[in-house]
Design a protein around this ligand. Structure first.
Ligand code: ATP
Ligand code: MG
Length: 205
């Protein structure tokens, strides 16, 4: 009998990608025996109004560099090649067609994203197509998170699991601020990405 492939979807602005993202994806891949993790840098995100994301080609390149050494990691340009604002629901629908064979899709997110899930476009439909794996993230109120998950599960039959991963208080916002302030970003993200940021003079103020 053919084994159904389990694919993890890791969406993010990745501006820049850091060890918080990579560790999260790898921990969940191993815990849930996923065959592959697809990193999908968002093109034009509906949120992120407070900071205009860096050029998508740079974010795509950094995601490629960061994931190159892991045979289970791949990067998709499905969102960055579009000029319009992209939504998870449309991407997931497209991926289901692209895979062409039955696959189980696991949407991997940090706990902060789970709390905002009911603000996503067509989230009621989205939860029918994917299982969510929400990972703990420093600074997120566990109580609010659990209430939100219970609400979505009861109302919509959403499948949302919480997975605890080692807490890394790393964020892209903090890395951008550090570069701007001339502080070190070493060991917060892969060296290849650090070198790329330096070479392309990203995040300077
Ligand atoms: P920004 O500060 O620009 O929002 P970010 O560090 O939150 O960047 P995103 O690209 O917004 O990174 O995040 C993509 C996904 O990775 C989200 O689901 C987010 O919750 C998760 N994530 C990011 N950093 C961590 C971390 N340190 N631990 C757990 N999850 C994380
Ligand atoms: Mg974020």
């Amino acid at each position: 009998m053919m084994q159904i492939k389990k694919i993890g979807i890791m969406g993010g602005t990745f501006d820049p990608i850091h060890y918080g993202h990579l560790m999260l994806a790898e921990q969940i891949r191993a815990s849930y025996s996923l065959d592959q993790i697809v990193f999908i840098p968002v093109g034009n995100a509906p949120h992120k109004q407070e900071h205009k994301p860096t050029d998508k080609m740079h974010r795509y390149m950094m995601t490629m560099l960061a994931t190159a050494s892991n045979p289970h990691f791949t990067v998709s340009d499905i969102e960055i090649k579009k000029e319009v604002i992209t939504y998870a629901i449309d991407t997931i629908k497209e991926l289901r067609v692209l895979y062409n064979t039955p696959v189980e899709l696991y949407f991997i997110t940090g706990a902060d994203a789970i709390i905002l899930l009911d603000t996503w476009k067509s989230y009621k439909e989205l939860v029918k197509y994917v299982k969510f794996i929400g990972a703990s993230r420093p600074g997120v109120d566990e109580h609010v998170l659990k209430e939100k998950i219970e609400e979505l599960s009861l109302e919509l039959g959403a499948h949302i699991e919480l997975c605890s991963v080692p807490a890394l208080a790393i964020s892209s916002t903090d890395i951008r601020n550090r570069v701007c302030e001339g502080k070190s970003i070493k060991y917060l993200l892969p060296e290849t990405v650090e070198n790329y940021i330096c070479k392309e003079k990203l995040y300077l103020c």
